[in-house]
Design a protein around this ligand. Structure first.
Ligand code: GDP
Ligand code: GDP
Length: 439
């Protein structure tokens, strides 16, 4: 068995065993900068985590009840549906409470699933590990790990066990280099994604080619517009299949996150007649966190009056502050207006996101930024920033070498990122700083 794209890992357990603490512990490590960007709405249910360098999509089933894009049908049913989507399930139990009948019930259900399982025993801080182990083993789920989520103990070990238990990643050969821009179209249900897709596929003798051995819906579709080749990612999740409405829509966040993982640029479709919702903001946060290029598309623009249009644009600025770098395009997928602007924005973001930044220019931009606003002083003097070089793309990484860089406040890091954005026109591009001390 192999997983195609981002594998899904679900955390399951009774209330209060520490599921959300573990979820936060595993998702918050990378790109902490994104998490505290002003205005970012952290998703409490779905998160991208890198477990031993393997990216996974983590689901905290404890949060599903309040899920924004899931129809409320009771936690238990939602948990079952989420677990059905998972490639691996982590059963979390509470060492302090010991094994209770509800744990045994969950364990018995999980064992019927024929999926890789991991048992994580939480809250071992201050307890006798041997005693904990003896009791926990009675649940019969292997492999197991003893952890303390709130003390961040055992998380590396758990990460290794999870990534080792996941099906192997699909062979890269399948995803042979494809010409054109890898584009994912994501958004809440009913924002107009399929309408736009049909326009793309219908117009201009565009050809939808099934790729990579799928017989039903194409996972990928190739589209050519204005001489530019686009490679639409995960269109299967976007197409409406009569009768399977529920299954597709319920876990639209999973589909969206899997699609964006394989894309260079992501178009986030929003329904401007509904304003900017929490779910829109969460999805935008996921795109930024995944390091992908972002274009914000305000669809159904035709349905708005002049003053409503102004209000929506103000809302974008306020609710999607952390995505200010992304171009905003207004369009009507239904009437076909704004499509040229949309593809233009995608092409521009892709071009900027795929450009290697040259070391001399980066260092010049760094020096100019530092000269205009020197880093604030900390213990033992202020940080010294000496030179910068490129450290990779998607996200565009800027590696800065200096001394005492750990002292740089978040605000100053953000200032530097914005300076690089301006200097290199990194519109819509995710930028990450990597700070290195020379001694
Ligand atoms: P959930 O309902 O399963 O999502 O559980 P939470 O993550 O909300 O945690 C429930 C409680 O357990 C909170 O008060 C946490 O602070 C606490 N908790 C979580 N992990 C640990 C741990 O490793 N050790 C201890 N002592 N407490 C923990
Ligand atoms: P999806 O769930 O995101 O794929 O959304 P659909 O493409 O199915 O569109 C949902 C509804 O919005 C349909 O009734 C569309 O006709 C309508 N719609 C899509 N784009 C527009 C638009 O630009 N303007 C207006 N007024 N309606 C639109």
């Amino acid at each position: 068995m192999s997983t195609d794209g981002l594998p899904v890992v679900a955390i399951v357990g009774r209330p209060n065993v520490g599921k959300s603490t573990l979820f936060n512990g595993l998702t918050r490590t990378r790109n902490a900068l994104v998490a505290d960007l002003p205005g970012v709405t952290r998703d409490r249910i779905y998160g991208r985590a890198e477990l031993q360098a393997r990216p996974v999509l983590l689901i905290d089933t404890g949060g599903l009840e309040a899920a924004g894009d899931d129809v409320g049908t009771g936690r238990e049913r939602q948990t079952r549906l989420a677990v059905a989507e998972a490639d691996l399930v982590v059963l979390l139990t509470d060492a302090r409470a010991g094994v209770v009948p509800a744990d045994a019930e969950i364990a018995a259900w999980l064992r019927t699933l024929d999926k890789p399982l991991v048992h994580a025993v939480n809250k071992i801080d201050g307890l006798d590990e041997d005693a904990v182990l003896a009791e926990s083993l009675t649940l019969g789920i292997h492999p197991y790990c003893l952890i303390s989520a709130s003390h961040r103990r055992g998380l590396d070990h758990l990460s290794g066990v999870i990534s080792g238990g996941l099906p192997k990643a699909a062979e890269e050969a399948e995803a042979a280099p494809v010409e054109g821009i890898h584009l994912a179209l994501i958004g809440r249900p009913n924002t107009g994604k399929s309408t736009l897709l049909n326009r793309f596929l219908g117009e201009e003798r565009a050809l939808a080619t099934p790729v990579a051995g799928t017989t039903r819906d194409p996972i990928h579709a190739r589209v050519e517009r204005d001489g530019q080749k686009f490679h639409l990612v995960d269109t299967a999740g976007m197409r409406r299949r009569p009768g399977s409405h529920e299954g597709i829509e319920r876990f639209s966040t999973i589909k969206a996150m899997q699609a964006m993982e394989r894309a260079g640029v992501v178009v986030l479709m929003m329904d401007s007649t509904e304003g900017i919702t929490d779910q829109d903001a969460r999805l935008a946060g996921h795109v930024v966190e995944a390091g992908r290029g972002l274009v914000l598309a305000l669809n159904k623009w035709d349905g708005l009056g002049e003053s409503q249009r102004k209000t929506v644009l103000i809302e974008v600025g306020e609710r999607l502050q952390f995505a200010r770098h992304a171009p905003v395009v207004t369009l009507s997928a239904l009437h076909g207006s704004g499509l040229g602007e949309l593809t233009g924005a995608v092409v521009h973001v892709h071009r900027r996101a795929s450009t290697d930044l040259p070391t001399p220019a980066l260092t010049r931009a760094l020096r100019a930024a530092v000269e205009a606003h020197p880093p604030p002083g900390g213990k033992g003097g202020s940080a010294k920033l000496r030179y910068a070089h490129a450290g990779g793309l998607f996200p565009t990484r800027v590696v800065i070498h200096g001394n005492r860089t750990a002292q740089l406040p978040t605000q100053y890091r953000r200032y530097l990122i914005n300076a690089f954005r301006r200097a290199f026109d990194l519109t819509g591009v995710a930028v990450e700083l990597v700070l290195k001390d020379s001694d």
